[in-house]
Design a binder for this molecule. Structure first.
Ligand code: PSU
Ligand code: MN
Length: 319
């Protein structure tokens, strides 16, 4: 294959030595968080991954080349440049052909992770089925990519601006397990809980790693979603956040914003309405997801096989 793919020397060396690696996306840097919170958050996440014992690989497309393992200067560029395109699975090949510079969303980051042989990826929240999708048909490409690329995606669920039950149904249809980490409820991005039960619950990184390994061994394509709740200190109450979401959705409607701009607009508007509290939670949950992702990556690198005991510990969360 003759792909315009550059893997940094650090990431290449880690891969060579079989060291655990965690991919990070850059759409949250260019479109999800304001400056300088965006660059602070990605650097803090990289630091956290290192502290746990893995290596972070931030991913983007720079002048038509996929770059795995960005340096600080490149991250700063993603965080400040106005000409960065938000890339998904639909347009990443266009970006390579047209020599664009773009940040990678969950779907594009999963594709690049697969190409670079990285099995674990941390982000804030995945895209999903939007509220009112029965009219707008707005369903994120993230869900389709989860069904295709073999990557463990660690996120605080799907962004709470979405329709959570529809997103969970869609994941079920695609054969992607949505696993809540350490609690029965599916996380609500800025809140500990979305108010909906998660279909599955796991309590340890080792069990998650085992389930992913077994999925691969079974020959099932695609990834898994690990939904890690926001740390308690910066979690926001569901009732409060719901008011801001409703308000932001009304503004979205009034301005007739569509397509790729929907998610960035809603995130920014909710940050305004919440007086920065949603932003604080968003930053905190990304770092915490980076930490859990590193623990899963370390477990995936150890060659233990699933014990019957671990199969019992991980149960279907249907009670
Ligand atoms: N997580 C965040 N903030 C974000 C996103 C995720 O905390 O901005 C981005 C991700 O890159 C995700 C994208 O893939 O939003 C989904 O966009 P859309 O709804 O347009 O598919
Ligand atoms: Mn969309």
């Amino acid at each position: 294959m003759n792909l315009p793919l550059d893997i940094s020397s650090g990431v290449a060396a880690a891969r060579e030595e079989g060291k655990p690696i965690v991919a990070l996306e850059t759409a949250i840097v260019s479109h999800g968080l304001p400056y300088p919170d965006n660059v602070e958050t990605v650097l803090a996440s990289e630091e956290e991954i290192k502290r746990i014992g893995a290596l972070a690989a931030s991913i983007a497309v720079i002048e038509g080349r996929i770059r795995v393992g960005l340096d600080t200067v490149e991250l700063e560029r993603m965080a400040t440049s106005k000409n960065v395109v938000k890339l998904s699975r639909s347009d990443i090949s266009l970006a390579l052909a047209g020599r664009w510079t773009g940040s990678t969303t969950v779907s594009a980051t999963m594709i690049c992770s697969r190409l670079a042989g990285i099995q674990v990826f941390a982000t804030g929240g995945i895209g999903g089925v939007h509220r009112g999708a029965e009219i707008s048909f707005d369903v994120s490409a993230d869900l389709i990519e989860l069904a295709n690329s073999p990557v463990v995606v660690v996120a605080s669920g799907a962004k709470a601006i979405l329709d959570i039950p529809k997103t969970l149904e869609f994941l079920e249809t695609l054969g992607v397990p949505a696993i809540a980490f350490g609690q029965n409820y599916f996380p609500g991005f800025w809140s500990k809980s979305s108010g909906y039960r998660a279909p599955y619950r796991f309590d340890s990184p080792a069990d998650i790693a085992n389930s992913f390994r077994l999925r691969r061994d079974l020959g099932i394509r695609g990834g898994i979603l690990v939904a890690n709740p926001v740390p308690a200190e910066n979690a926001l109450p569901l009732t409060e956040i719901n008011q801001w979401i409703d308000r932001a959705l009304q503004d979205l409607d009034a301005r007739q914003i569509r397509g790729k701009s929907v998610t960035p607009f809603l995130l920014e508007r909710i940050a305004e309405l919440s007086d920065g509290r949603s932003l604080k939670a968003n930053k905190d949950l990304i770092k915490s997801n980076a930490s859990l992702a590193a623990q899963i990556a370390i477990n995936l690198n150890q060659t233990n096989v699933a014990s019957p005991a671990s199969a019992f510990r991980s149960r279907r969360n249907s009670a």
